[in-house]
Design a protein around this ligand. Sequence first.
Ligand code: MG
Ligand code: MG
Length: 286
Amino acid sequence: MKKESLSVKWGLLYLQRMIHYKSAEEIELIRESCLVVSAALTRVAEILRPGVTGLEIDQAAEEVIRDHGAIPGFKGHQGFPATLCISRNECVVHGIPNEIPFKDGDIVSVDCGSIKEEFYGDSAFTFAIGDVNKATMKLLDTTNESLYLGIEQAVEGNRVGDIAYAIQQHCERNHAYGVVRELVGHGVGKSLHEAPEVPNYGRRGSGAKLKLGMVIAIEPMVNLGVKQVMQSNDGWTILTKDRKPSAHYEHTIAIGKDRADILSNHTGIENAIKNNPNLKEISKKN
Ligand code: MG
Ligand code: MG
């Protein structure tokens, strides 16, 4: 009995460790799905302001996804109840949309997934509403910069650890922020979370080798204070242990020969922020 349950467990582990390499056609399907996510997040950037609630932006995002002939990727995933994960201030990720209005000075991490023609797309962005303080804006800038530094490493022949190291180095060594350990990036395909795991901390040259055909979500989750996190009573929301703010930016990318192919797109979001007087722009070095 014990042996059998053990082997079942190991079988599952083996499946989770298998990397599914994608054909060029499959990568294009994932791009389509990612662009639906980008459209939904762009809509969020257009309507986000003090007074709006998480439930309202969740509904708006779901409408955009369905208008594109896709379905929300997170709704029902392991029982998650909504289209978006909405995590404000000290919430790191996996926040459930609620009726509490956003207020001036909030930061809001919005993570969105979709399924189109069987393939997932996954991307996230942290928004700054109104007069967010300088220290928190710097956290957003740095976390977003670290995402692109990680993506720079996502080329054939490198290893997952090269991505991880680049992100950790920028956030911890350069800025003394806390990089979350318990949550990681992941492969993306017909499942939302595929192998390999893509941590935001680690050693150069360690981990799975990056090969053409691999599609991964890179998603630094970075805290202004300590790296430790805890789960709230709702069974979903992850909070910083010291209740200081946390930022989260995510792209789904395909490993490239000389440079990664970024399948999701934040340009629409950034333009919408520029045109939304209620939101503060993050500064981009990339
Ligand atoms: Mg995500
Ligand atoms: Mg993800």
